[in-house]
Design a protein around this ligand. Structure first.
Ligand code: FAD
Length: 440
């Protein structure tokens, strides 16, 4: 059946998707393609995403295609592709004393990682979200709807969502795609549960995008085509091309021992002098990198669920999808890719329920079971991602015990982790045997 709704025999399931971020929108598209009536409830007055770069692995693109081939087509049309034979390069940002030395691979390239299916396609977040939004039919999204709570009363055939404007909405299932500070998670686990609060990873980020020629002038030609990361003590600089290679996306990540000034906000205003301070004494290109930032910038606090992971992603007829379930630090670079995996799993499971064309109690039980299967299939994976992502942050910042400053060990560890990221069989836990024995 088409994206506009169910034209098959089974009655359409109604699904409330709370949150119109990357993963909520992708999930809604996948559900609608399966004839399920998904409606997005987004708290913002319109689509909002920052115009920062982010990227998807080859593995995530394969899952995306299964959700809906139109997603891959869209991504392909707006992203900068690194080719499959290319690699991620890790440079020593600290020791080189001259620009020449810093750009000389024989002296300053620490290592490259090559892993099949890791080839990233980089795009601009807001552009991808807008493109996905255009795939949705009229009426599939309600803006200005901030979820405050929901009732999942066994007596009712549907879950009842409450929004801050006093309005309500009913659906057979509620998917919380409401990000790291998820309200759905708070209702699902109870307001006192420790997993309701994201924890500060003690790392921060400063992000910007610059025209490619400016990036090349600052960092040399090595940055022009593929992702590369400059490592050193307590900080790193990640750059990769976006917008058909016309812009260079830049992110400085740094260890920060103190508490984040405002744990309820993701960003605080910052002066670029902070970046200058961070890289004082590093190799010349890094020491000067602050000049590419606007005078007044922002500092992102990096929060995740590593300290207090949710014990389950599902209860009754509600579940958590994307960052709401497993918000991660960005050091593995696959937070959204992991959400893509969630989206495919939940779409697959709900499609199976819909095809059974059940009603009443049988439908409610089937949905509850499906969401438990979802949680079992995703819980270990989500935790693995945020745990190993933190390790990778420490590795980049030369603070990770097992690898220290040894490029060989860093490379081995990274390739081991990347392999686990891109060779994971997302749908395997849904095989009948796995479901029956409860293994995931
Ligand atoms: P969000 O993007 O947070 O969207 C949640 C949505 O829900 C928002 O629109 C919000 O307004 C809405 N919402 C919140 N509360 C409510 C409510 N109560 N009611 C209604 N709506 C609500 N991942 C990658 O795979 N590749 C990358 O290159 C990458 N780079 C990253 C770089 C940085 C610096 C960071 C911080 C993260 C990066 N990630 C990356 C991770 C990625 O950004 C997230 O995993 C992804 O955005 C999660 O999407 P989401 O839709 O689950 O949540």
């Amino acid at each position: 059946s088409g994206i506009n709704g169910n034209d098959g025999v089974a009655p359409s399931l109604d699904v409330a998707v709370v949150g119109g971020g990357i993963i909520g929108v992708m999930t809604a598209i996948g559900l609608r393609r399966r004839g399920i009536n998904a409606v997005i409830y987004e708290r913002a007055p319109t689509w909002h995403e920052v115009s920062a770069g982010f990227s998807f692995t080859g593995a995530a693109r394969a899952w995306m295609e299964q959700i809906d081939p139109a997603l891959l087509e869209l991504l392909g049309s707006i992203s900068q592709k690194t080719d499959a034979s290319s690699s991620n390069a890790y440079w020593n940002g600290y020791h080189p004393r001259t620009r020449e030395e810093a750009e000389d691979a024989s002296k300053s390239l620490l290592f490259r990682t090559r892993t099949k299916n890791l080839d990233f396609w980089g795009c601009v977040r807001s552009q991808f979200l807008q493109g996905m939004a255009a795939l949705l039919p009229e009426g599939a999204v309600r803006f200005g709807k901030r979820l405050v709570s929901y009732d999942d009363d066994e007596q009712n055939g549907k879950v009842l969502a409450h929004f801050d404007d006093g309005s309500t909405a009913e659906a057979h299932v509620l998917l919380g795609c409401d990000g790291i500070h998820s309200t759905t998670r708070r209702v699902l686990l109870g307001a006192d549960h420790p997993a309701c609060r994201a924890g500060f990873s003690h790392t921060v980020a400063y992000r910007t995008m610059v025209p490619m020629d400016v990036g090349i002038a600052a960092l040399g030609n090595k940055v022009a085509r593929n992702a590369c990361n400059h490592l050193g003590p307590g900080a790193d600089l990640l750059v990769y091309p976006v917008m058909s290679g016309t812009l260079l996306n830049m992110a400085v990540f740094a260890h920060d021992a103190s508490e984040f000034p405002d744990p309820d906000k993701m960003t605080v205003p910052a002066a670029r002098g902070e970046i200058e301070q961070l890289f004082r004494g590093w190799s010349p290109p890094l020491a000067d990198i602050w000049k590419l930032y606007p005078e007044k910038t922002v500092k992102w606090g990096i929060f995740d669920l590593e300290q207090n992971p949710p014990p389950t992603y599902a209860r009754g007829r509600a579940c958590l999808v994307g960052d709401a379930a497993h918000a991660s630090t960005p050091y593995l670079g696959v937070g959204a890719c992991t959400g893509v995996e969630d989206a495919l799993v939940i779409c697959t499971l709900l499609q199976a329920v819909q095809q059974r064309a059940l009603g009443g109690d049988a439908l409610r039980d089937a949905l509850t079971d499906a969401l438990q299967t979802y949680s079992r299939a995703r819980l270990d994976r989500g935790r693995w991602i945020h745990r190993h992502s933190r390790d990778m942050g420490q590795l980049y910042h030369w603070r990770y015990g097992p690898t220290g400053r040894d490029p060989e060990r860093m490379k081995r560890k990274l390739e081991e982790n990347w392999a686990a990221v891109v060779t994971y069989d997302v749908l395997a836990p849904l095989q009948p045997d796995a479901v029956r024995t409860g293994m995931a």
